[in-house]
Design a protein around this ligand. Structure first.
Ligand code: ASP
Length: 328
């Protein structure tokens, strides 16, 4: 529940939001010209694996490329890396030994594509883009998503590496589903970028919670939960225990809070506070949000210390610890 004090504080923020919206429309006007905006391009992504993802995305953006191409190319980096055990190839399997992948993507026009419960395809983010661009739908799932991917020329590949199989066999000895905060079983890559034209896109891709129930789909492919972009306002994305994000429609919430005048940092904090207010037992889990607004300001916040994000700005790519609700 929002207290009266918080509500009053919120209305001050909302007033400044009107100002922000005015600034935003000035930016939107400029974005139709080809002149690069000051401080752009800019890329923010989750966790350490965001660093190499940002590098690849930046190569596209510094040449004047589109943010959609940049976020897709960035997300494909950890997807193809067998050593990253939370995304794509090498991802931890579910409790029955199947690697099942979730991903989504959004462009600057508000178009969205998503795949859930996809198996045997290394790059679900690219399949999600095809869903967005080549179908009248937003989301394809399971067998249907696989069939569509194969029709589009994606190749089947076994994604279960020996390392992931060993970890699963070790887990099977106890077979206890216990999500552990911040260790390698929750590390989706979410990536948001603004290109030189000032246009925003985002992508999110994951193998989901390690050793999850067969068929479980998390927040990452759900538009509004794992990712949301609105080219007039900004974008947000999440990582961590997806059920908490889905129940609070986290990324949409962050964007709407920014629309009403909050900074990206304030909006991420409020979305984590919402989880704390609404979800009993939330403190056993980790959630991290990242956000960016059209002015190129960024924010990040999490429940527990340990979540970090990669920010590419002014040619520098840096990894920063997000601030958190609980302190060390
Ligand atoms: N959010 C993802 C999920 O719940 C997991 C993660 O971020 O690693 O599927």
């Amino acid at each position: 529940m929002i207290s009266r004090r918080k509500f009053l504080a919120g209305s001050v923020v909302a007033t400044s939001g009107l100002l922000l919206n005015q600034k935003v429309s000035a930016t939107a006007e400029k974005s139709s010209s080809s002149t690069p905006l000051k401080g752009k391009p800019i890329i923010i992504s989750t966790w350490r694996h965001g660093l190499p993802a940002n590098e690849v995305a930046a190569k596209i953006l510094v040449k004047g490329g589109r943010s959609l191409d940049a976020v897709e190319a960035g997300a494909r980096v950890p997807e193809a890396d067998p050593n990253i055990m939370t995304v794509g190839l090498g991802g931890y399997p579910d409790r029955d030994g199947y690697v099942t992948l979730d991903a989504c993507i959004m462009d600057e026009k508000g178009n969205a594509g998503s795949v859930t419960f996809l198996q045997d395809i290394v790059h679900p983010v690219s399949v999600a883009r095809k869903v967005m661009e080549d179908t009248p739908h937003v989301m394809l799932s399971g067998e249907g998503a696989l069939q569509f991917a194969l029709e589009k020329g994606f190749k089947k590949q076994n994604l279960l590496t020996d390392k992931a199989k060993e970890a699963w066999e070790e887990w099977k000895k106890k077979s206890k589903y216990e999500p552990v905060i911040n260790i390698e079983n929750h590390d989706t890559i979410s990536i948001l970028a603004i290109d030189a034209n000032g246009d925003l896109s985002g992508a999110c891709t994951t193998s989901g919670a390690a050793f999850k129930m067969h068929g479980r789909v998390g927040d990452s492919p759900i538009i509004g939960a794992g990712l949301f972009c609105d080219n007039e306002v900004g974008g947000a994305a999440s990582t961590g225990m997806g059920e908490l994000v889905m129940k609070t429609v986290g990324s949409f919430l962050v964007v709407e809070l920014m629309r009403n005048g909050m900074s990206p940092q304030q909006a991420c904090e409020e979305a984590v506070n919402r989880i704390a207010e609404k979800i009993p037992g939330y403190e056993k889990f980790q959630i991290g949000y990242i956000a960016i607004n059209k002015a190129g300001e960024t924010g990040a916040y999490c429940i527990h210390p340990g979540f970090n994000y990669a920010l590419w700005k002014d040619g520098q790519n840096t990894l920063t610890d997000a601030t958190s609700l609980f302190k060390k």
